[in-house]
Structures are given as C-alpha cells and as structure tokens.
Design a protein around this ligand. Structure first.
Ligand SMILES: Cc1cc2nc3c(=O)[nH]c(=O)nc-3n(C[C@H](O)[C@H](O)[C@H](O)COP(=O)(O)OP(=O)(O)OC[C@H]3O[C@@H](n4cnc5c(N)ncnc54)[C@H](O)[C@@H]3O)c2cc1C
Length: 406
C-alpha cells in the first residue's frame, strides 16, 4: 500500500511528490501515469523539441526518484477510484492512504467532418510531438486551426522549418481568452513578418481529403490547401475518474484553496483542478482552471502542505510564458478580469508592455520581449503596488516608476 498515491505522472504530480518529500512526508509515495514515458515537461513540445527533437524533456532523473524513494508506475491508466485503492486498465489494484489526482487536460476535439483524416494532428504529449515532427519535415503546406498559444507556437516552429503556414482563428483576435487586443496585434504582426498568414474570424467548416488531408474549407467556402493540419482549439480537463467516484466536478475537479476535493480528503492539482482564484486581488469569477507550468508547480507545492498537516492556502500571481516567432511573451495575472489597459511607451523596438487594471488596481501584465518589465510588473501585482494608469503611461522603465512611488 502506498502512503500517497498520485494519479498522473507529469508536471503537477511529480511536483506534489517532490514537495511532499521536501516537507518531510516519510511514508511511501507512488506516482502512476498512463503514458509509457518517464515524466517530462510539455512546453518544449511545441518549441525546441518540435524543431530539433534534441531538447531534453525529463522533469527529474531516474536517480532522483530512486534517491527520494518515489515509485513510478508508468504505462498504466487508472480506470476506477475506490475509497482505499485505484484499479488500473490492466486490472492492477493499488491501495493508498492519501490519493491525489493530477490527471491534467486533453486537447478539445474539433467537431467537423474530416477531423479524423490522416495528417490531422493535435499536440499534447510526447507521442503527438514525435508524430507531428516526422510529418512536418515533408509538409510544404501547414494549416493550423486555432490561434491560441499551442497552435501559434506550432505555426512559428513550422515556419522556421520552412513550411508555408496559415493560421485560422475563429475569433476576432489571436489568443482571445488570454490577452488583450494590443498584445494579440503585436504577436500577429510578428507572425506575419515571419511569413505566416493569419486569418481571424475564420471558421473552418470541414477538413477535406481522400487517403490523407488535402485542405481546410471555411464556412464562407474559402479553401486552404494543406498537406498537414494541426488542431489547437484548447483543452478540457481530464476529470472523468473524479466524476465516476462522485467528486464534485465543474470544468475540472472542484477543490478548495488547500487543493482538497469535495470528499474532504482527496487532493487534485494542476490542469485538472478547478480552484479558487489564487491572485492577490481575485477576479469576479472567483473560481477558475489554470493551464500552466507555474500553476501546476505552485498549486502542487501548496497542496503538499495539506498532506503534511500544515495546510497553507494556495496564493500567488499566476503567470505564463509563450515563445512566438521573434516574440517571447510573458503574462502575469489574469487578463480576462481587467477593465482597462495601458500600453506602455516602448523601451526599444520589438518590445511591448501592456498593463491591465480592474477598478483602478493593477491586476495583470502582458510583456513581449521585455523580461525586466515582466519581473517588475509581477512583483508589483504580488505586492499590491499602487501604480496608477496615468503613471504607467509615463516613459521609462517600470522598475523606476515603481521605485519613484515608494
Ligand atoms: C505543447 C504544449 C506547450 C505548452 N507550453 C507551455 C508554456 O510555454 N508555458 C506554460 O506555462 N505552460 C505550457 N503548457 C501547459 C503545461 O504543460 C501544462 O499546464 C502542464 O503540463 C499541466 O501539468 P499537469 O501535471 O496538471 O497535467 P498534464 O501535463 O496534462 O499531465 C497529466 C498526466 O496525467 C496522465 N493521466 C491522465 N489520466 C490518467 C489516468 N486515468 N491514469 C493515469 N494517468 C493519467 C496523463 O497521461 C498525463 O501524463 C504547454 C502544454 C502543451 C501541451
């Protein structure tokens, strides 16, 4: 029997195991994962790894798990949760004292004809990335459906590999759920400069082809030729195990600020969890699901304190990064909850910082190629700095404007 059994061997699950050990959890720890690979980090799958296959993805070395007495059970999907054990697809039963769900999310499917044709890809795991990489090498024309982070990163990588790339986004702007119009426009121009065609308001109606994908047709009849299609239309939480066990779910496994689910004992962390907004100034929609490495790591760290009987609520400024063609984007806070944006005077060419306010309070920042501005903004949001929108419009470094306020 495991003291702590974690379902999901990825960013959040591994962090929970590591943090529990750091905090003195001394009973057995087992992580069980459906994928056959040792736990790896996903971000590079749409970036360096997709380009060269060379980037290292490993979250921790094999020696690390051995040294910390963390058992990995890989290639085994859990199919059922019971009160003191889980059952796997191969019929194994693993008992536990404490259970944590870190089952992540999966790509949303596109409900249109042709979405299952050979040559149509999604990108979530290592196997997806390897399959996509193998085909990208000989795909002259790539259509990416969905102008969110993953779709855009794949578009940038495909263009860098010499493919002709079209991005089709149904909404009025790129990355519509995560950033405002100024940042979206900046990133769009960066893509267009690298030769990518970006179409917003473009609603794919069907994917066409015979033995293999040949193109994408829009609702207005426009057709784009495609030797490869990548669908990146967002993800949905993997919460069916939790639902099957009667845990409360609503766009993910519902947890409290200590990452405890509705049964008062099971934990849920990472992409699969629906949690109270951890921001210093929570937004109006007080609960959300976060899909980022930062959240997987920080929520798991906080959840480990629950396990060792010294529960600390999960608090922090959520942050996210993305690498687009010639544009490193960093976001702090939650843009969706803001009501005013300030585009700061550029410090230099190729850089942009947007600060976002809600009721006059700084709640989020979107920085492109501006790591120092990002750090200053993130600290300011975390510390509740009173930087008015008028001050933010002044030229100069954000760090200096903030220092002048104190
Ligand atoms: C291509 C790509 C690029 C990304 N880029 C960035 C980035 O630049 N910056 C950033 O902050 N975030 C990025 N992300 C998001 C980030 O990787 C995720 O937020 C993070 O991986 C979430 O970790 P997780 O452990 O909660 O879930 P996941 O990483 O989804 O892992 C969940 C694991 O649980 C396993 N599992 C599910 N159900 C079961 C079951 N029944 N039994 C056993 N195992 C199960 C799954 O197989 C999976 O391995 C990216 C994601 C992708 C896919």
């Amino acid at each position: 029997m495991s003291g702590l059994l974690i379902v999901g061997a990825s960013q959040a699950g591994v962090q929970l195991a590591c943090s529990a050990r750091e905090l003195g959890w001394d009973r057995p720890v087992t992580i069980i994962g459906a994928e056959p690979h040792p736990p790896y980090a996903r971000p590079s799958l749409s970036k360096a790894f997709l380009k060269s296959n060379a980037a290292s993805l490993e979250l921790r070395s094999a020696e690390f798990y051995a040294e910390h007495d963390i058992e990995l059970v890989l290639g085994e999907a859990v199919t059922e949760l019971r009160s003191d054990a889980v059952i796997t697809a191969s019929g194994r039963r693993l008992g536990f004292e404490r259970l944590a769900l870190a089952t992540g999310s999966r790509p949303r499917r596109l409900p249109i004809d042709g979405a299952e044709l050979p040559g149509v890809h999604v990108l979530r795991g290592l196997d997806d990335a390897q399959a996509l990489r193998a085909e990208l090498e000989r795909a002259p024309e790539v259509v990416v459906i969905g102008g969110g982070f993953v779709g855009l990163e794949v578009a940038g990588t495909a263009a860098a590999l010499g493919c002709r790339v079209v991005v089709l986004e149904a909404g009025p702007a790129l990355m519509g759920r995560a950033v405002g119009s100024a940042t979206a426009e900046f990133v769009r121009r960066a893509h267009e400069r690298s030769g990518i065609e970006v179409r917003t308001g473009a609603l794919p109606q069907r994917i066409v082809g015979g033995d293999r994908v040949a193109g994408v047709e829009l609702a207005d009849g426009t057709r784009f030729r495609a030797s490869l299609v990548v669908v990146g239309v967002g993800v949905e939480p993997v919460d069916e195990l939790a639902r099957g066990a009667g845990l409360k779910c609503d766009n993910g496994v519902v947890v409290d600020e200590f990452s405890v689910t509705s049964d008062g004992r099971t934990l849920a962390v990472g992409d699969c969890a629906n949690l109270p907004d951890p921001s210093p100034v929570p937004g109006p929609s007080s609960r959300l699901r976060l899909e980022s490495v930062d959240n997987a790591v920080e929520q798991a760290r906080a959840a480990a304190t629950t396990l060792v009987g010294d529960p600390r609520p999960y608090r922090g400024v959520p942050w996210f990064w993305s690498e687009q063609p010639s544009a490193k984007l960093q976001i702090a806070g939650l843009a969706a909850t803001s009501d005013e944006e300030v585009v700061r005077p550029a410090l230099r060419e190729g850089q942009q910082t947007v600060l976002r306010y809600r009721d006059g309070v700084l709640v989020a920042a979107e920085c492109v190629n501006a790591p120092a501005e990002f750090l200053a903004a993130r600290r300011a949001i975390a510390g509740g700095a009173q930087l008015s929108a008028d001050t933010a419009r002044l030229p100069g470094k954000l760090k200096d404007l903030l220092a002048a306020r104190t």
